[in-house]
Design a protein around this ligand. Structure first.
Ligand code: G5P
Ligand code: MG
Length: 229
């Protein structure tokens, strides 16, 4: 138990597809005791398990389109129901203004970490991405390759490419980010909770995110913190 509800951090990490939300979130949870909730990981888990939601959302994801707000909001808010015991980091949600408004009603957000990475940088990255579906661990053939090619470092299980990382689908995802998610940044900017981090390399962005979070939360592992990884 961390403490009373009012002292719990309610953070969101935002940024275009491939900006490094998953990569930075993995580093955040290594350093700070908060629960990472990724909408994309949750949807892919539902697709793998062929749940009702998984079957419903597959065609949207494969086409690079956003899931309808009602479905997405219900899914994420039900995950948040038991979240009054710990700090939370939402990744990939909210992605539209109606989602942000629905979230605000049950769980007002106090910090938004915006990864501001240019689109040209992103296009190159996504085609080189491989993931371990069961854990959500993310690799990149240039940036953080697995120790054994095609294999997850921890479990030794095979890695796969995401169906929505095909070049034409990546373009659609970037367009929907521009049209539907950019206004969410404006929404949070007006509320005074937006913190933007611009750059093209996660290793340069991360130390700045790390220092920023140190002003909000106690660190769980001081020794690792010193290495900034
Ligand atoms: P997701 O799963 O939320 P996206 O599109 O927002 O998908 P994505 O693709 O998961 O975001 P990311 O998490 O921002 O990207 O980035 P990442 O995985 O950490 O890094 C991308 C790659 O770059 C990796 O291979 C990584 O190793 C590499 N990398 C990181 N840093 C560097 C670097 O510095 N240099 C280099 N060279 N490489 C680097 O959503 C998927 C779909 O689900 C639906 C939508 O259909 C969406 O398209 N969805 C929703 N729909 C409606 N509402 C919502 N709220 C929804 N949430 C999900
Ligand atoms: Mg992600």
């Amino acid at each position: 138990m961390v403490g009373p509800r009012a002292l719990l951090l309610r953070a969101v990490i935002m940024g275009p597809p491939g900006s490094g939300k998953g990569t930075v979130s993995a580093r955040i949870v290594k350093h700070f005791a908060l629960k990472h909730l990724s909408s994309g990981d949750l949807l892919r888990d539902n697709m793998n398990k062929r749940t009702e939601v998984g079957i419903l959302v597959k065609s949207y994801i494969d086409q690079g389109r956003l899931i309808p707000d009602g479905v997405m909001t219900q899914l994420m808010l039900s995950e948040l129901k038991n979240a009054d015991q710990y700090h939370v980091l939402l990744d990939g949600f909210p992605r539209t203004v109606p989602q942000a408004e629905a979230l605000d009603k049950v769980c007002p957000i106090d910090t938004v970490i915006d990864l501001d990475v240019p689109f040209e940088t992103i296009r190159e990255r996504l085609t080189a991405r491989w993931i371990h579906p069961a854990s959500g661990r993310v690799y990149n053939l240039d940036f953080n390759p697995p120790k054994v090619p095609g294999t997850d470092d921890i479990t030794g299980e095979p890695l796969v490419q995401r169906d929505d990382d095909k070049p034409e689908t990546v373009m659609k995802r970037l367009k929907s980010y521009e049209a539907e998610t950019k206004p969410v940044l404006e929404y949070y900017r007006r509320k005074g909770v937006l913190e933007s981090f611009s750059g093209t390399e996660t290793n340069k962005i991360w130390p700045r995110v790390h220092s920023f979070l140190q002003t909000k939360l106690p660190e769980v592992n001081q020794k690792e913190a010193a290495t900034h990884t």
